[in-house]
Design a protein. Structure first.
Length: 340
């Protein structure tokens, strides 16, 4: 079968289109904003902004684009908030010709995007790399931020931590890049082993190759530079202490950013920080424990006096969710068996 035919039948592409459709059904629309100076930002924004409801910014991590990482949360959260879900620079349809690669520059662009969309104040949730950006947003724009949630993000990481025997699974940033930006099926499998407490073991090589082709080839050099910028000359003493209420959520078995970094961040921020550790979960808590993560987000972000009057109408049976995940795996296998 030719490459053009494979692109037409790409399961990853089909899944990506489905996720876009699900975002649209949840009341969001795809928007593209020119921030000037060669910077374009894509964002999923409310089709109709409810001025009586607070806003919530969801920031994704390294990996696939925003829809893949936040899909579990859109339906329940849009019942409570005006939800904004941007693609960070060099993900999805967001890009820049500027040379900056730090999380601080990403934060400036995200807030410029919200300004252009008419959003002055918001709470912010960041997942993994997105947690670095969320923290930077809160530090740089305290007057525009209400609450902050940092999920599995080693914001308190120091460059010397890489040398600490036993703290990390790698000894160099190059090794980090080779796994977090996989270019071979074996590296994808290593990534799954690293990010999940209970990784899926049965995934066909053809599916993994398809995922790499669709999701992991574009902007690889720029994404490499984003990762390098996180580690370069990083010192805890240079990290500002944010003044806003912050919730820190971590997977107990996180191997990408060990749990010690969660405790370090809590100590750094002080009494305004609330730490939640999710058991039997690794780095990918948004995939492994979406219900528990969503429950914690809502309990922290929604004003307690309003919670009784705010029902998202969504009750998810954990067993049904497991069955749904199993169904996706069966669909993966069925689809690729037809292509062999």
């Amino acid at each position: 079968m030719g490459s053009s035919s494979r692109r037409c039948l790409s399961f990853t592409t089909w899944r990506d289109r489905y996720l876009r459709y699900s975002f649209s059904r949840a009341g969001l629309k795809s928007t593209t904003t020119d921030l000037g100076d060669g910077t374009i930002m894509h964002c999923w924004a409310p089709k109709a902004h409810n001025h009586s409801t607070t806003s919530l910014l969801l920031i994704h991590g390294i990996g696939a684009n925003a829809t893949w990482q936040w899909n579990h949360f859109i339906s329940p959260l849009t019942r409570h908030f005006n939800v904004y879900v941007p693609d960070l620079l060099f993900f999805g349809d967001s890009h820049t010709t500027r040379p900056e690669r730090s999380e601080w520059f990403q934060a400036k662009c995200v807030m410029a995007l919200l300004e252009a969309l008419g959003v002055r104040q918001t709470s912010v949730v960041g997942l993994s790399y997105g947690g670095f950006v969320a923290y930077a947003v809160a530090a740089m724009f305290p007057e525009r931020v209400e609450k902050v949630v940092v999920c599995c993000a080693g914001v308190c990481l120091e460059d010397r931590d890489m040398e600490d025997e036993g703290m990390f699974w790698v000894k160099s940033v190059d090794e980090v890049v080779s796994v977090l930006l996989p270019q071979t099926p074996q590296k994808v499998r290593e990534l799954l082993q690293l990010t999940f407490a209970n990784p899926i073991k049965l995934l066909p090589t053809c599916f993994l190759k398809d995922f790499i082709h669709v999701m992991c080839t574009e902007y690889r050099q720029e994404r490499t530079e984003l990762i390098q910028a996180l580690h370069k000359d990083r010192k805890l003493s240079n990290l500002p202490k944010i003044t806003k209420p912050i919730q820190i959520i971590w997977g107990e078995q996180d191997q990408v950013f060990p749990l010690e970094l969660a405790h370090r961040l809590k100590r750094h921020v002080g009494e305004k920080a609330q730490l939640v550790v999710i058991t039997n979960a690794g780095h990918a808590i948004n995939v492994e424990k979406p219900n528990e993560l969503c429950k914690n987000l809502k309990s922290f972000l929604i004003d307690p006096s309003k919670q009784e009057n705010h029902s998202n109408g969504l009750k998810v049976d954990p067993q049904k969710q497991k069955n749904f995940s199993a169904l996706w795996i069966c669909m993966f296998l069925d689809y690729f068996m037809q292509q062999l």
